[in-house]
Design a protein around this ligand. Structure first.
Ligand SMILES: [Zn+2]
Length: 327
């Protein structure tokens, strides 16, 4: 077997679901909103889709941004997923705020943005509502990703480097056309948003073992020469998973990827809805700029129908795909 010169992979995005999934989940979330919320969100859907990835972009210039996207649970003890204090006050009293920031603060970033969204609804500030709805959607999505809940976030501790983007970006991109996006979900008022944020983290964390185990198991059928490809970037040879390996791995774990994608969308809808209820259910139709034509309402109805029939993609109505193709 050819010995690889470089044992490390460069992973371009270690901060969240790939852009494709973030953009998809905010669109799907909209269809689960109650009818009083839908038209406003629908009129601004392009904004929400575009800015659903803004928190990742912010990492480039804001050094406080990175820990908002994950939590390395092992740093807080063996059963941290269930035993760590849920509130910031208690968790920071036990571990110190600095330690929390070092190992990730996604559960509290979610509630912080949830509060900001609630306040924006309360004040009827159109731009703030959209801004925080997009940010909140991003962090809620990230909490659902198994590798956002572990110190071994890129398999670097188990000789599985590169698994992060394999799971959250490569797999969805490879199999998007076969994904089942719709699952019945009645939007739910979150009595305890902090707990709901933790439930998202726990749902991701529960899948972590399988994420690693399936890769390891499959590796037995793939010698390195078939498992990896070498690509030079700026003259430096880098190791990436091959498409053949990614496809085989996808066959094993795509059901879980899809479940997390759907649950992300449902949770985003729940958080948006709860913020709106807590703000006293303000009239969002008053925030709609330029009365939309009847055709917009008809389009929204058609999209909800298409979503339920898993036909958004085939009809060309999934914004994430349109945006991605433009790039
Ligand atoms: Zn992220």
């Amino acid at each position: 077997m050819k010995k690889l010169l470089l044992a490390t992979l460069v992973v371009l995005s270690l901060c969240s679901w790939g852009y494709l999934v973030h953009r998809t989940t905010v669109q799907l979330a909209l269809y689960h909103l109650p009818t009083k919320m839908r038209p406003f969100f629908f009129q601004n859907l392009d904004y929400l889709v575009k800015h659903s990835v803004r928190p990742d972009e912010r990492r480039r210039f804001d050094s406080t941004e990175a820990p908002k996207h994950f939590i390395d649970l092992e740093a807080f003890g063996e059963n941290a997923a269930t035993q760590m204090p849920e509130s910031w006050a208690e968790a920071s009293a036990r571990y110190t705020a600095d330690t929390l920031r070092k190992y990730g603060i996604v559960p509290w970033t979610i509630t912080e943005n949830f509060q900001k969204l609630t306040n924006a609804f309360r004040r009827g500030k159109r731009d703030s509502i959209l801004y925080f709805a997009a940010d909140l959607g991003h962090y809620v999505g990230d909490a659902h990703v198994p590798l956002h809940t572990s110190l071994n976030y890129d398999g670097q501790l188990s000789n599985q480097r590169g698994i992060h983007s394999l799971w959250e970006s490569t797999l969805p991109e490879l199999s998007f056309d076969q994904y089942q996006f719709f699952e019945k979900h009645r939007v739910r008022y979150l009595r305890d948003p902090q707990r709901a944020a933790w439930e998202a983290v726990r749902s991701g964390n529960a899948l972590l073992k399988a994420v690693f185990d399936e890769e390891r198991d499959l590796t037995q059928q793939f010698p390195d020469s078939v498992k990896y490809r070498i690509q030079r970037r700026n003259g430096i040879p880098l190791k990436y998973y091959t498409t053949a390996f990614a496809k085989a791995y996808g066959q094993r774990v795509n059901p879980a990827v899809q479940t997390q994608l759907r649950h992300s969308a449902h949770a985003i809808a729940d958080f948006w809805y709860t913020a709106w209820v807590d703000a006293g259910k303000p009239d969002l139709n008053a925030l709609i700029t330029n009365t939309p034509p009847d055709s917009a309402r008809a389009q929204l109805r058609a999209e909800v129908k298409a979503y339920k029939a898993n036909a958004l993609l085939s009809k060309g109505w999934l914004r994430a795909r349109a945006v991605n193709n433009e790039q």
